[in-house]
Design a protein around this ligand. Structure first.
Ligand code: GDP
Length: 296
């Protein structure tokens, strides 16, 4: 992820830094190139526009062209603006509520939802030392509940016993009750996905949200799908109270547009990033670290 953007931006900024004195025309030319590089990385047009305008205003405000090290100042402004675009601070999962804290996982089929559910369970169990219960509410795909059970065994996390014939809402209610009776701190609800967003999916999600009152509603979205991931987040947020995004496949060979646009377009923080298929390949999303990676 970010490789070609990183190459482009570091090329543009290196040229500025090496030049010594800069004119306003130099800065404008560089910003035009930054704009093009961001657009080619599939960053949303509005986000690109705001980004470039903010950098321009800050460069003018800081009187960059009169400074002794103008190139370095521009690099710093670009860096800081990038961090802000990505969301400024890391936003970990919030467990600050009366247990059992419900975390509802939503997203399209194949986005990595079930894998991410197990990754989060593993992380909370190991680091937070929380007692975690996972439940698959996917009654549509026959193997889905079994898949979560197998993942649960791999990460040593309990899964709700499978009972045939229950509806997703009934399973969700059973999960909440089992968590209360069993003294669990956290319940992860892995909902069913679809190939695309449709009314049936949304209605089901709304019903589950109402029945469980989750403290976190996390959308799992595939970073490789670019602006589709951003539009998906918008669509889900219209119907549900999304609290954050998990971007998967950040290890993939994508251009980075989803990661860069998501926060600014949706207002929702990217909380976690999937960086591989293995169950420990989940990272907190740190805007500062991502910005450093993008700027090389
Ligand atoms: P679901 O249909 O949304 O529940 O998707 P799954 O959890 O079954 O994941 C679909 C595929 O994506 C599986 O092969 C996962 O191993 C893979 N996957 C999930 N997250 C990541 C990730 O962050 N990086 C990579 N490379 N693969 C992932």
């Amino acid at each position: 992820m970010f490789d070609s953007l990183q190459e482009r931006l570091s090329g543009i900024l290196d040229t500025l830094t090496r030049r010594g004195a800069l004119t306003e025309a130099d800065v404008s030319a560089a910003l035009r190139e930054v704009r093009r590089a961001l657009l080619e990385a599939d960053v949303a047009l509005d986000v690109v526009r705001d980004f470039v305008e903010t950098v321009r205003e800050r460069a003018v405000g800081a009187n960059v062209v009169k400074s002794v090290t103008p190139g370095q100042m521009v690099v710093k402004i670009v860096h800081d603006t990038l961090v802000e675009t990505l969301g400024s601070d890391a936003r970990p999962i919030d467990l600050n509520a009366a247990p059992p804290v419900a975390i509802m996982m939503v997203g399209l089929q194949g986005s990595g939802k079930t894998t991410t559910t197990a990754k989060i369970a593993k992380r909370l169990t190991e680091r937070g030392r929380s007692k975690v219960l996972m439940a698959s509410l996917d009654t549509r795909r026959p193997a889905a509940q079994e898949q979560l059970k197998i993942l649960g065994e791999q990460v040593s996390v309990d899964t709700l016993p499978i009972v045939a014939g229950q509806s997703p809402v009934q399973i969700a209610q059973r999960a909440m009750q089992a968590a209360r009776l069993g003294g669990y701190d956290v319940v992860l609800l892995d909902t069913a996905g679809r190939q695309f967003v449709d009314e049936a999916l949304m209605a089901e999600m709304v019903e589950i949200e109402k029945a469980t009152d989750p403290h976190e509603v996390l959308l799992v979205a595939d970073a490789l799908t670019g602006q589709d991931a951003v539009n998906l987040a918008r669509a889900f947020d219209e119907r549900l109270s999304l609290t954050g995004i998990v971007l998967t496949r950040l290890d993939g060979d994508g251009r980075g547009g989803a990661a860069l646009s998501m926060r600014a377009v949706t207002g929702k923080p990217i909380k976690l990033a999937g960086v591989g298929e293995k169950l420990d390949e989940l990272e907190e999303f740190h805007p500062e670290r991502i910005a450093n990676r993008i700027l090389g």
